[in-house]
Ligand binder design. Structure first.
Ligand code: FE2
Length: 366
């Protein structure tokens, strides 16, 4: 790590925490449908009174599913307003106090001040700042912590441990923000976190006849943290970002992209376990090779699995998007396999938009 870098030193995504209506059932969904492995638990049995959390892991991806035990729990309030969604994007740092002091000095709002938490497995320093909407970035300094997750959690070892689906790490996390807020939020990541802008799209790039969006991608210096920020753009009908904002009741994380090194096997496994993906029209594959050039995979196999392809000047990528994974049409997942591409599938946004509009139409929200 370059110490003279203006960028906040971040080792990677530590965990993603979802506030949900029923953490026990959500945890089961991530086990059975996505193949996450049980790791840790906190709740009444560990002395908590207002919430319960299940921690699951698949390779480098850690999810925390948290539900409320009481109506006045902040978890219940968050869930009442937003439905199921991502509350915490936790960042793994070497110095959580320094990260807090640096970012708050540069204008970040505090979520909570640095504190040391400990149990018989060691200690962790944590602090937290606010970002777009009600979302927060919690800094986690693990030192030599030896427990299953964080102090206060106990190992969760159910008999039910279904096989993984080949998911490896968080590739990027997209935020949806309101009209004219993209530059402000991108500026927050630039000024407060020291991130740089990777690629910019404008609404001419990402639109159909009816709906549009604008996006800026902010990334840290080691590229382990990539946050595309979307805002709606003017179209004849309501864009997917607007639909999200209406149902999430404000800005929030739109999708988490999970990387695999065998997307065909991963998509196959996820579909077999009941994960619903966005419909990709067969016409998408007409002339696809003219657009993306030569690829290693058999195009018929990709067509059969409805996997999307895009290319940039570094390489190509394969990706597919799930349908929303909760009751409201808000948060979803992307499954991505990079073949040296560093972009995010701009060439697929057109096909994606048309597919999403079909979904919106069926919901009556277009
Ligand atoms: Fe994405």
């Amino acid at each position: 790590m370059n110490n003279t870098s203006k960028c906040l030193p971040i080792n990677g995504t530590d965990y993603v925490e979802f506030y949900v209506g029923n953490a026990k059932q959500a945890a089961h969904f991530y086990q059975s449908a996505f193949g996450f492995q049980p790791v840790a638990f906190a709740g009444l049995e560990t002395g908590l009174t207002d919430r319960v959390s299940y921690v699951l892991r698949q390779d480098k991806i850690t999810f925390v599913l948290t539900g409320a035990l009481t109506p006045d729990s902040p978890v219940a309030e968050h869930h009442k307003l937003h439905g199921d969604g991502v509350k915490v994007i936790a960042l793994w740092v070497d110095d959580a106090k320094q990260a807090y002091n640096d970012t708050t000095k540069k204008g970040a709002q505090s979520d909570f001040e640095p504190k040391t938490i400990s149990d018989e497995n060691g200690e962790v320093v944590t602090s937290s700042i606010k970002t777009y909407g009600d979302t927060v970035h919690t800094f986690i300094e693990r030192k030599n912590y030896r427990g299953p997750f964080l102090p206060g959690f106990v190992a969760w070892e159910p008999e039910y441990q279904p096989k993984d689906t080949g998911l490896l790490y968080v590739d990027h996390i997209v935020g949806n923000v309101g009209w004219d807020e993209m530059d402000k939020v991108a500026g927050y990541y630039r000024d407060v976190m020291g991130f740089d802008q990777l690629i910019s799209f404008d609404d001419n790039d990402i639109s159909t006849e009816f709906t549009a969006l604008q996006s800026k991608v902010m990334a840290n210096d080691n590229m382990r943290i990539k946050f595309p920020i979307n805002e709606p753009a003017v179209g004849k009908k309501k864009s997917q970002v607007e639909e999200y904002l209406d149902f999430y009741m404000g800005p929030g994380p739109q999708h988490v992209a999970l990387a695999t090194d065998d997307i065909v096997a991963t998509i196959d496994a996820l579909r077999a376990r009941g994960v619903d993906f966005l419909h990709v029209p067969d016409t998408y594959y007409d002339n696809i090779l003219d657009r993306v050039g030569e690829i290693d995979e058999d195009i018929e196999v990709l067509k059969k699995h409805k996997i999307l392809i895009d290319r940039d000047d570094k390489g190509y990528l394969l990706q597919l998007f799930t349908k929303p994974v909760e009751d409201r049409p808000t948060f979803f997942f992307e499954i991505i396999q990079r073949k040296n591409a560093i972009s995010f599938g701009k060439g697929n946004f057109q096909a994606l938009f048309e597919a999403i509009e079909l979904e919106q139409q069926s919901r009556g929200t277009l």
